[in-house]
Design a protein around this ligand. Structure first.
Ligand code: GAP
Length: 509
């Protein structure tokens, strides 16, 4: 399904709405509807269980969004959490300079792909790899992309705004809105949202909405370690909102100004970070695979240009409808954060190692994933249009959301065969009341049964349970499987275990 169809499906079926839509919306802010909030909560539960419940040495935390402003000085966010911004003087539109250059590279890539497609049609036994390596025009374009990527990477790492402007001019990049090439200089734009404390006037009272949840973990490192008596290696996990004043906020919930993160800081002995880096890379990749994300839609992207605090970093990228993009980051953050907080606060953030009989500042291995990006990855992977036989054996199409049953918003729908027979609706409501303590169920009596099945398919409900006249005689129901479409007649007594077997999350661990 293309991206536009995914977005409209999200709205039509109550997964995601634009924030403040009646006022024409607020860009890059979204609300999760009745089905969206269930899916989101299930994703968070999957992460929380796999991190906290499954690891003796990982504990949870829920720290405040508002923190002392010095936190962000120590973490480097006040000085270095910037994006390069450029305005077009004619259209008055604002862009990220690096994104303009990346889009320019994507255009060249598009031309290469066109050449490849043309050649594919022309030659039998077409060898794409060989074609890319030997075709003069394709090679020249690929070399150009590589050179631009290298220069862009260096300008970004060095914070060289002049070179970014020079590149925009050299490549003759035009404003996508107006076509004008009349650009301002490129300047740094801090991505943190600031606000004011009620009881402190002026700059003293300036505080920030956290741009990452991680710092709440760092500043609580000793509180947690002492109160839980954890020994290294141990981790602290947290799920919570983060805020970034993104200049280019697009691609739906992929890049938002208010979003949610699931982060885990794993505190380790210095010198062991590469071992743990590999461990968490594998563990996190397997977490994605276990929920059903196909291998070919996931890949690692190791960072060449490392952030100031990291000595190794990789992204787990997912193939979103707009290409492979970062879904999760795994960073070896050294002792940068704890040491910076120690210096600025004047409070020791050290661990006493009883084996070595010495104090030191631990190193940190971080795993960080956006809830919203995980949501988008699951939804875009699961949403399909299929041809299936209808009740009369004819072919018909259905839109089905093949989410892993454990994260589906609704686990089973309870459907009386017809709505105006009180015996049936009463029996169906009794089944609903029996199952509602164990699962999120939906009772639906409107429209013909086929249409009700389709509605449940579209929101990913693994089971539809139909109550018919036979039910009244022998306490059995039909249960329809979303994926196989098989219908089975089973006793009401067996429903709970049947639904549980397929939707229980523990099968994923
Ligand atoms: N503590 C490390 C950190 O925040 P990051 O790579 O900036 O690292 C981690 O962010 C994850 O948070 C990303 O992999 C992505 O899933 C999510 N994320 C970051 N910015 C986002 C945004 N503007 N909208 C939605 N998700 C975002």
């Amino acid at each position: 399904m293309d991206f536009k169809q995914i977005i409209s499906h999200c709205k039509e079926y109550g997964f995601i709405f634009q924030s403040s839509e009646i006022y024409d919306g607020l860009s890059a802010a979204y609300d999760y509807g009745p089905n969206g909030v269930e899916l989101k909560n299930n994703i968070k539960a999957y992460w929380w269980k796999s991190m906290v419940q499954m690891h003796q040495n990982i504990v949870g935390l829920d720290s405040a969004i508002l923190m002392h402003p010095k936190t962000w000085k120590a973490s480097g966010h006040v000085d270095a959490f910037n994006d390069p911004l450029v305005d077009n003087k004619d259209s008055k539109k604002r862009y990220r300079a690096d994104v303009l250059i990346e889009d320019y590279m994507a255009k060249i890539e598009g031309k290469i792909n066109k050449d490849v497609e043309k050649a594919k049609k022309k030659f039998d036994n077409f060898d794409e790899k060989m074609f890319r390596e030997t075709n003069g025009r394709v090679k020249e374009r690929q070399d150009k992309i590589d050179a631009i990527a290298k220069r862009l990477g260096k300008a970004m790492t060095d914070g060289n705004m002049e070179d970014l402007k020079a590149q925009i001019e050299e490549y003759e990049i035009a404003c996508p809105d107006s076509g004008s090439k009349n650009w301002t200089d490129v300047r740094q734009f801090n991505l943190m949202f600031s606000t004011q404390l009620g009881n402190v006037a002026g700059s003293e009272g300036k505080i920030y909405l956290r741009p990452e949840t991680a710092q709440g973990i760092f500043v609580n490192f000793l509180n947690v370690q002492k109160s839980t008596r954890k020994k290294l290696p141990f981790g602290i996990a947290q799920i919570g909102k983060a805020f970034r004043n993104e200049i280019v906020a697009r691609q739906f919930i992929f890049r938002m100004r208010e979003f949610e993160q699931m982060e885990m800081q794993f505190f380790i002995e210095p010198g062991t970070e590469m071992k743990w880096f590999e461990y968490w890379k594998n563990t996190r990749l397997n977490w994605h695979k276990a929920i059903g994300t196909p291998d070919n839609k996931l890949r690692f992207h190791d960072h060449d240009n490392l952030a100031h605090y990291a000595n190794a970093a990789t992204d787990i990228e997912f193939e979103f409808p707009f290409g492979f993009k970062e879904l999760e980051g795994i960073h070896s953050r050294t002792d940068f954060d704890l040491k910076s907080h120690q210096e600025l606060s004047g409070k020791k953030l050290q661990y006493f190692d009883p084996v070595k009989n010495e104090n030191y500042v631990p190193y940190v291995l971080e795993t960080s994933i956006g809830v919203d990006r995980m949501f988008l990855s699951q939804l875009s992977n699961a949403l399909q249009v299929e041809t299936v036989p209808d009740a009369d054996g004819n072919e018909s199409t259905r839109t089905v959301l093949k989410l892993h049953p454990s994260i589906a918003p609704v686990k089973c729908a309870i459907l009386p065969l017809v709505k105006n027979k009180e015996e049936l609706t009463k029996a169906a409501k009794d089944v609903f009341d029996k199952l509602k303590f164990s699962f999120n169920c939906q009772y639906d009596e409107k429209d013909a049964i086929g249409r009700r099945y389709r509605r449940q398919d579209a929101i990913g409900t693994p089971f539809c349970i139909t109550i018919d006249f036979e039910t009244l005689e022998d306490n059995t129901v039909t249960i329809r499987d979303r994926d196989s479409l098989q219908q089975e007649r089973i006793s009401i007594e067996d429903l709970k275990s049947k639904v549980f077997e397929k939707t229980d999350m523990s099968s994923l661990f």
